[in-house]
Ligand binder design. Structure first.
Ligand code: NDP
Length: 336
């Protein structure tokens, strides 16, 4: 049973050397009469929040720290197939380590996959945690109205591509920022954003935002923090709102950087609200049904970036912090 372990707690930017693929003892025996099952992991999700768990001191993170050496702890959504005890195999979603097989002590902790006709990998992204983040963050926190000016950063990623398209379906004017020309093209041609720009090519983010939002921004869906948030603060409209989903530019820093314009919150009477997807798990069924319908009707399109094999998982995770991923980053672990 090959698995990825964290070798040591990380300070600053993570490296592949902080993680290691090891072949561990199986420990996969299901005690007779227990509710335990073995999950064969097919697709593992790579998510930015994992960086917070790799730090020893993670007061600033929203999830508890990992313990090095003991394997990648149960943290990870994975599309998997549940083997014993069934006539045939069934797809399930659960929290596992980064490993080929996981002993799940209680099968009730696994979520059902209600649409096995959809690609199973989608359950780590558009039909899983990132999709629900976009859905709940948009409708419950940002609360968009038709005609509003909507801006999202890290726009081509797992959450960004979905939230931008949902905002378009609501009738917003949608602009996204991303870190390469390839991603900008994707946003405009594949995801149907009204505009997009490569923030790495802009000398002055404030000027870029003024160019795309001459009348100001109604909703900023925040993914990156730092200098982008600072420029957005100057460009918000009166009484509008910032939904704070993440701040990835800060996750590898020891001290927060880049914010000088918080006074704009007062001047513009802007509401800035953070949220966590874990508070919205009760919406999963409604979300899954709506999102499957959108995908089947081609109202939402979805791009994933697939790394083949568990040994690629460390590089895939680090790639989230350099912008190497184009679309939702996931890893195939074993064959379906
Ligand atoms: P993505 O698929 O968007 O991947 C991360 C992207 O962030 C990279 O591809 C890169 O894109 C961008 N990025 C990386 N470093 C920087 C930087 N220093 N400055 C600016 N951009 C950077 O990830 P997700 O969609 O999974 O997550 C997006 C955000 O949402 C993260 O902040 C994450 O923590 C947060 N999140 C929050 C949740 C919640 O419950 N609140 C749940 C899920 C995610 P580019 O090339 O454009 O720079």
């Amino acid at each position: 049973n090959r698995r990825v372990i964290l070798k040591r707690h990380v300070t600053g930017f993570p490296s592949e050397d902080d993680m290691e693929v090891v072949a561990g003892a199986a420990r996969l025996a299901v005690p007779p009469g227990s509710a335990a099952v073995v999950l064969k992991n097919l697709y593992l999700s790579c998510d930015p929040y994992m960086r917070g768990r790799m730090s020893k001191q993670n007061r600033r993170s929203y999830v508890p720290a990992f313990v090095p050496g003991s394997g990648w702890p149960r943290c990870e959504q994975s599309g998997g197939i549940w083997a014993p005890g069934f006539q045939g195999w069934r797809s399930r979603l659960g929290m596992t380590g980064w490993e080929e097989y996981t002993l799940i002590p209680n099968q009730e902790s696994l979520s059902k996959i209600n649409h096995p006709e959809m690609p199973l990998s989608y359950y780590t992204g558009v039909l899983g945690m990132p999709g629900l983040t976009a859905y709940a963050g948009l409708y419950d926190v940002a609360k968009p109205k038709k005609g509003e000016y909507f801006f999202v950063s890290a726009a081509s990623g797992a959450v960004g591509q979905i939230v931008g398209q949902l905002a378009k379906l609501t009738g917003c004017y949608v602009v996204g920022s991303a870190g390469s020309d390839e991603k900008v093209k994707l946003l405009k041609t594949k995801f149907g954003f009204d505009e997009a720009f490569n923030y790495k090519k802009e000398q002055d983010l404030n000027a870029a935002l003024q160019r795309y939002f001459p009348e100001g921004i109604d909703i900023y869906f925040e993914h990156v923090g730092g200098t982008m948030l600072d420029a957005v603060l100057l460009n918000m409209r009166m009484h509008d709102r910032i939904a704070v989903c993440g701040m990835i530019s800060q996750y590898n820093l020891e001290q927060p950087q880049g914010i000088q314009n918080l006074l704009s919150l007062i001047i513009k009477r802007v509401r800035m609200e953070g949220f966590m997807v874990s508070d919205y798990l009760g919406q999963h069924h409604k979300f899954e049904e709506e999102m499957v319908r959108y995908l089947k009707d081609d109202k939402i399109v979805y791009v994933e970036d697939v790394a083949e094999g568990l040994e690629k998982a460390p590089a895939a995770l680090i790639g989230l912090f350099t912008g190497r991923n184009v679309g939702k980053q996931l890893v195939t672990v074993t064959q379906e």
